[in-house]
Design a protein around this ligand. Structure first.
Ligand SMILES: Cc1ncc(C[n+]2csc(CCOP(=O)(O)OP(=O)(O)O)c2C)c(N)n1
Ligand SMILES: [Mg+2]
Length: 321
């Protein structure tokens, strides 16, 4: 499918915004501004954006500990995210959740999830709601190669097939679960083929190539909206940083890290759209500058925001029915 210029510009804007956000969070974390534990999504942008460009606010996604990219791709407010990560009032979860617990229900972002394999069952629940109400919406679970080994993920895939739910399982296979390689930890050559064994339509795509992800996602999401049931997409991708900020990455060679930078999905996107004269460098440079300004303003706002008020300590903790 040939994409029009507004869609191409939006794809680049979201990918660049994620990259700028992650690079900035990296710097600020190292400067001691950010509490807790942070996992960066840089390098995997084509995955979140290639999928979420097909979604509206009332479609659902579930995310992981590496969730900033999914939030931005789904349209979460960058200032609200930055305040959340800084642990400040006005954050998307009141500044009490932090990086691994960002959620924004109004945007259909059901939440980052620190439990590996935690979101597939939640997404199946959302997909069941969609089917029960006969809505033409979808629910997408983003998980990793590590999460593909969890029993929760197996159960969720099976239930989605049995109930014919509009769920899409996106496995972002970045080669590692923490420091353990996929070839050691995943007892199958292909996560997609394993998902196919559960009865899902399943494909593998190159996560460096935005267009490949976009096309696979289009097919799966259209099928789900039309009542054709669940799918799985394995995205083979690379994370440019360690598992968490501070990870010395002793398990990766310098050559691998260099390759990862060389295969940058944003660079590949730019080369393609400029090479085919579909977008001009100046338009893309302007997006770069806009993203820089937006993220810088979000950091300023986060630094100037107060911590959550002590009176808020126990709000949002328990739900009363
Ligand atoms: C149930 C559970 N087990 C273990 C952990 C510790 N842990 C946090 S991230 C992670 C690796 C996850 O790997 P993957 O699913 O490939 O995601 P990636 O970090 O590569 O994005 C592990 C084992 C956890 N958070 N939850
Ligand atoms: Mg992984």
């Amino acid at each position: 499918m040939q994409l029009d210029q507004p869609t191409l510009l939006e794809a680049y804007r979201r990918m660049k915004l994620i990259r700028e956000f992650e690079e900035t969070v990296h710097t600020r974390f190292e400067q001691g501004d950010i509490p807790g534990f942070v996992h960066l999504y840089a390098g995997q942008e084509a995955g979140a954006v290639g999928v979420c460009l097909h979604l509206d606010d009332d479609d659902y996604i579930g995310s992981t500990h590496r969730g900033h990219g999914h939030c931005i791709a789904k349209g979460c407010d960058v200032e609200g995210m930055m305040k959340e990560i800084f642990g400040r009032a006005g954050g998307l979860c009141g500044g009490k959740g932090g990086s691994m617990h960002i959620a924004d229900i109004d945007k259909g972002m059901l939440g980052a999830n620190a439990i590996v394999g935690g979101n597939p069952p939640l997404v199946v629940g959302a997909a069941l709601t969609i089917k029960t109400k006969a809505l033409a919406k979808v629910a997408v679970s983003f998980t990793g190669d590590g999460a593909s080994n969890q029993g929760t993920t197996f159960e969720a895939m099976n239930l989605a097939v049995v109930l014919g739910l509009p769920a899409i399982f996106v496995f972002e296979n970045n080669g590692y679960g923490e420091g353990t390689g996929v070839s050691y930890a995943v007892g199958a050559d292909s996560i997609a083929e394993r998902a196919a064994g559960f009865g899902l339509h399943a494909r593998t795509v190159d996560g460096r190539d935005f267009f490949a992800v976009f096309e696979a996602a289009r097919e799966a999401i259209e099928r789900a909206r039309a009542g054709g049931g669940p799918s799985a997409i394995e995205i083979r991708c690379m994370r440019q940083y360690g598992h968490f900020i501070g990870d010395p990455q002793a398990y990766r060679s310098k050559a691998e890290l260099d390759q990862c930078r060389a295969d940058d999905p944003l660079t590949i996107f730019r080369q393609r759209v400029e090479g085919e004269a579909r977008l001009e460098a100046a338009e893309l440079d302007k997006i770069d500058a806009d993203c820089r300004n937006l993220v810088a303003a979000a950091v300023e706002a986060a630094r100037n925001a107060p911590p959550p008020a002590p009176a808020e300590l126990l709000t949002d903790v328990y739900v009363s029915y």
